[in-house]
Design a protein around this ligand. Structure first.
Ligand code: GAL
Length: 748
């Protein structure tokens, strides 16, 4: 039997590696994993601070349970170049910050204490992808994902690939390719039992075979009564494998789903049905602690994409992301386009070999996720490189014949070696007069892009981003334009049946190098800010869902006469999936306004545009007149289903404190997010409120980031993280004007 236990606690961290640490335990700071080698300020920090070598040490006491077993450490992710020594001897190394690696301890373990030293070098080493050129993101150093201690019998189940067949019929099939882990080369004689189970453990089908080699294949066929993995009902199954040999009994369960996914010249099809992809790109970074966020924060991002932003796909730009994130995508029904690490630059031969290995590592780690529908096997936005990309494609196809490949580029007429032509189409460039005389040059014709007269399977993998960076704190005019650009691109993508869909740049603002962003080391390119708090543009996405799922009504306004130029409060975009809205200013009669299906004929839910076509501008008055309340009511099937009431006299009135969770786990480095909002007397966020907020955490948790921050556009955000003990956690936020709010959570 195998045991797999977390190996995250009890590490000693050294802010600088020295060769003395290879064989002797030094004095350092006790830490738990996931760990960020250098915590950063929110902005204006020194991005070189983590570009050096660090060391982690841990003592592993010999355990009689290791006797006669295979003992390995599994590192889920360490950035960027890792070397592991056991008792002073090098036991393994890994030169990729995004994929897991296994260190076999057997040859090094001794009775008594065993010293494990890990050197993690965060330098942007030009031999390792994505490094060698500039990159528009940060690759925070450290052992930033979990580490596991795995003890198995000398012969155990190794890599498992699950492939489904006849998915659309009631005689589904599933085949399992299983490799055995047998480093000592024992004779393998025994049986392998495969049980198909529901996720709650009910055995639905099974088969047993004799095994006598280093690997085995089993196929279960004619499987009736099974459900497909669908976006609104992502049914998952488990394949439980039991290996019995003279060397013991090993069990392993793999989760998978039945679905078909194909990009065609007519668009994308999931389970035979056409689906327009509406996605966002995601970086896996967080303020202050970079990549070192555990399971809950990873899962939360998937939930935000699916449940708040109503996306149907995420691109893991530009590298393989946390397995927790991908697991959650499987559970939620959120499609994934996963790609190898890289950004524009292609290095030398050693670099390319590492990149080809990354294709293998990514696919072998993730091939059982039903959510993943496409492998990105090209360095994002890199030039053509025939031999290199012929090889990445070959490796991907050899490893996984069930998924198509793609390669994201940004230049026209590039060589097409993949199955799906994926293009970052930033054609919609900024113009200084963005509100008038606009040129709706939105998305290029695919033939212009591909240079191919024939239609290809085609998808737009980035747009907007650096063409129109927009902060959540930006003025209403700029945010309205930001929103308009998203509306225009999505409408265009919906208009063209041959475009499989579009993936906006990007989900959330992210820390980056000085060469990018607003000079503050942040690219303000998200539809969410860096704390995952929505900008108005987030509601372009959210409002495309059906009102039966969620009613969305979001007027893009600060509700103030003097916010916009010439003191004109209109036009105002209302992002909504309601059938129509009623708009009322002060005591004037309300006006019924329909979604603008003329400007946005293709969107599932075009916005309502409130302007002089519907409202007599004289009603709203001019500079020098009284400003009044506003009321916007959304109707579905003739019924008022949502209403927003704006005050014409907003007063800072109350403080709202919300956390994503009320219970955290003490036993792992668990974190949750808090959002603080300054509200007016009607409960609306005050859009330019910027007072100071202090944060206090009592109990077994620590605050990530500083304990005094300024509200940004009426909102402040932070995370707290458990420190190991169980108990009550009390978070208190205080302001000078709006008093205090307190929330009590449990670490269990
Ligand atoms: C793209 C790139 C992204 C990001 C984006 C900003 O060129 O692929 O990583 O930098 O630009 O708009």
């Amino acid at each position: 039997m195998r045991t797999v236990t977390t190996f995250n606690s009890g590490w000693i961290f050294h802010p600088a590696f020295s060769s003395d640490l290879i064989a002797s335990l030094g004095t350092g700071a006790p830490v738990r994993l996931p760990h960020n080698a250098v915590d950063l300020e929110l902005n204006y920090f020194d991005e070189n601070s983590f570009q050096k070598a660090f060391a982690y040490q841990k003592v592993l006491a010999w355990d009689s349970a290791f006797q006669g077993k295979e003992v390995v450490l599994v590192f889920d992710g360490a950035m960027a170049d890792s070397v592991v020594w056991i008792n002073g001897k090098e036991a393994g190394s890994h030169r990729d910050g995004y994929t897991p690696f296994v260190i076999r301890l057997n040859d090094y373990l001794e009775p008594g204490d065993n010293l494990i030293t890990v050197k993690v070098d965060g330098t942007e080493n030009p031999e390792i992808p994505p490094f060698g050129g500039q990159i528009d993101y940060l690759t925070y150093a450290g052992i930033y994902r979990d580490v596991w201690l795995k003890v198995t019998d000398p012969v155990s189940i190794g890599q498992v690939k699950v492939e489904t067949g006849n998915e659309m019929s009631d005689a589904k099939a599933v085949s399992v390719a299983c490799q055995f882990n047998n480093p000592c080369g024992h004779p393998v004689v025994g049986t392998l039992l495969v049980e198909l189970c529901s996720t709650d453990g009910l055995v639905l089908n099974q088969k047993q075979i004799d095994v006598s080699a280093e690997s085995a294949q089993i196929k279960l066929e004619n499987l009736a009564g099974l459900d497909l993995w669908q976006l609104d009902a992502p049914r998952l199954y488990r394949l439980k494998l039991t290996l019995m040999t003279a060397h013991g009994r090993d069990e392993l369960a793999i989760r998978f789903g039945f679905r078909t996914a194909s990009f065609t010249v007519e668009g994308f099809f999931l389970n035979g049905k056409k689906l327009k992809i509406r996605g966002l790109n995601r970086h896996q970074s967080f303020p202050y602690v970079g990549y070192a966020m555990g399971r809950r924060a990873q899962e939360k991002d998937a939930e935000i994409l699916k449940n708040t932003l109503k996306c149907n796909l995420v691109r893991t730009s530009h590298y393989p992301q946390s397995s927790y994130f991908l697991d959650k995508c499987d559970e939620l029904g959120l499609l994934v386009f996963e790609e190898i690490p890289g950004w524009q630059h292609i290095g030398g031969d050693v670099w390319k070999q590492e990149s080809i290995s990354n294709v293998r590592r990514m696919i072998e780690r993730d091939w059982n996720h039903p959510s993943i529908i496409l492998w990105g096997v090209r360095i994002n936005e890199s030039p053509d490189s025939h031999d290199f990309y012929a090889e990445t494609n070959r490796v991907a196809r050899e490893l996984d014949s069930t998924r198509q490949t793609a390669g994201v580029r940004c230049h026209e007429n590039s060589e097409f070696l993949e199955d799906v032509f994926t293009m970052n189409d930033f054609n919609h460039s900024a113009s200084p007069e963005f509100l008038s005389g606009r040129e709706p040059a939105v998305l290029r014709d695919q033939h212009t892009v591909t240079g191919n007269a024939l239609a290809l399977p085609y998808m737009v993998t980035e747009f907007n981003g650096h063409m129109f960076p927009t902060k959540r704190t930006d003025p209403e005019v700029r945010q309205s334009e930001h929103v308009t650009r998203y509306l225009e691109v999505l409408d265009k993508a919906y208009s063209d049946a041959k475009i499989s869909g579009s993936i906006g740049w990007c989900m959330a603002d992210y820390n980056t190098h000085r060469d990018f962003g607003a000079g503050d080391r942040i690219c303000h390119h998200g539809v969410l800010d860096i704390f995952r708090e929505p900008k108005f543009a987030a509601y372009v996405y959210a409002s495309q869902c059906e009102p039966s799922e969620d009613v969305v009504l979001k007027p893009v306004t600060f509700w103030a006469r003097g916010e916009k130029d010439r003191c004109e409060a209109l036009p105002m975009i209302v992002l909504t999936n309601c059938d129509y809205v009623e708009f009322q200013f002060g005591d004037f009669p309300s006006k019924r306004i329909e979604p603008d299906r003329v400007t946005y004929p293709h969107l599932p839910h075009p916005p309502v545009i409130v302007d002089s076509r519907f409202v007599d501008m004289a009603e709203l008055g001019a500079w020098g007149m009284r400003w009044q309340d506003g009321r916007i009511t959304g109707f579905v099937d003739g019924k008022a289903v949502s209403e927003i009431h704006f005050s014409g006299n907003a007063i800072a009135t109350s403080l709202q404190l919300q956390s994503d969770d009320v219970e955290l786990y003490a036993g792992e480095k668990d974190s949750t997010r808090f959002i603080v909002r300054a509200l007016d007397q009607l409960g609306n966020v005050l859009p330019v409120f910027d007072d100071v907020l202090t944060i206090k955490v009592d109990g077994p948790a620590r605050l990530l980031g500083p304990d005094a921050i300024a509200f940004k556009a009426g909102i402040g955000g932070f995370w707290i993280e458990t420190t190991g003990e169980k108990g009550e956690l009390v978070v208190t936020v205080s302001t000078r004007r709006l008093g205090q709010q307190r929330l009590s959570l449990r670490a269990k």
